[in-house]
Design a protein around this ligand. Structure first.
Ligand code: NDP
Length: 258
């Protein structure tokens, strides 16, 4: 079940894509679209109803919520076993202590991409640029679980290019177009570009680019994800994976193979 409040154009596109792919893999998708000025209590009541509905295995409240709502209050009401975005503090905590948890979809997808080119990430020097709750921090937790040596860089990090140069695996989740340059990349490194940035080309047309300067970095990296087309589709795929995982957990069944 997806809850969308308001008219944010990017959110509408995400929700449409998620719903279409949910149906494509044979799941039922329940969409709840509410007006921008919906009172917070109406959203809380809807989440409570979805929590209690046995036909719903996963609940996703599309962020950002309108300003008059307390996003944390809404997220914390979601039943942790139905929290397919992995944002509930219970899942965040379980992930950090190494327990079975529903983990945020973008980092889960990024790990699958990295492991598709190097099955065993153990011992790698991993640098995550960005420390948001939805990407950077859970990414670092998942890399730690894969036995990487993890550095989290952010806007206050000193000598960022040198920090990135030491990485066997770089995850860029910054939100700044083509910020990570080719000469920051260690030859042969795996580069996972999470960024999605819309820029204007000189001809005035829009273009989506990542946080890494792909044209430069592709010459040095061992493997690199493109934008668009790399991490983005994996995020939706992992939302579906989490939904299956959630359904298994609700029935006390074993996890999917990683
Ligand atoms: P946030 O804005 O929440 O976080 C950005 C992070 O980048 C912060 O931790 C910030 O540091 C850090 N940062 C900003 N400027 C610099 C800098 N100059 N040097 C080093 N670090 C810097 O973004 P999100 O994590 O939500 O998203 C990151 C990107 O990923 C965005 O482009 C977003 O669109 C994209 N995204 C893509 C998804 C997908 O499905 N592919 C899903 C989610 C996000 P500080 O904490 O110090 O401010």
């Amino acid at each position: 079940a997806v809850v969308l409040v308001g008219e944010d154009p990017a959110s509408k596109v995400y929700v449409r894509n998620k719903a279409a792919q949910t149906v494509e893999v044979g799941m039922q998708s329940f969409e709840h679209k509410l007006a921008e000025d919906t009172p917070e209590q109406v959203v809380l009541d809807l989440v409570a109803k979805l929590n209690a509905d046995p036909s719903v295995n996963g609940i996703l409240v599309q962020m950002p919520l309108p300003k008059h709502m307390d996003s944390n209050k809404v997220l914390e009401l979601i039943e942790p076993l139905k929290d397919v975005d992995g944002f509930h503090p219970m899942n965040v905590g379980r992930l950090s202590i190494g327990e079975r948890a529903l983990a945020p979809c973008t980092p889960v997808g990024s790990i699958i991409l990295a492991k598709s080119v190097k099955h065993d990430l153990s011992g790698l020097n991993a640098v995550v640029v960005g420390r948001s709750n939805i990407v950077g921090k859970p990414m670092a937790q998942l890399l730690l679980r894969e036995n990487c040596t993890v550095t989290i860089a952010h806007s206050r990090t000193k000598d960022l290019p040198d920090v990135v140069r030491a990485a066997d695996l770089v995850v860029a989740a910054i939100g700044k177009p083509e910020f990570v340059k080719g000469d920051w990349i260690k030859p042969g490194a795996i580069v996972i570009d999470v960024g999605i940035n819309r820029i204007l080309k000189p001809d005035g047309k829009g273009k989506i680019v990542g946080d890494v300067d792909f044209a430069e970095a592709v010459k040095v990296a061992g493997a690199i994800t493109p934008v668009p087309g790399g991490v983005g589709p994996m995020t939706i795929a992992c939302l579906l994976k989490n939904t299956v995982e959630a359904a298994l957990m609700q029935r006390g069944l074993k996890a999917l193979a990683a």
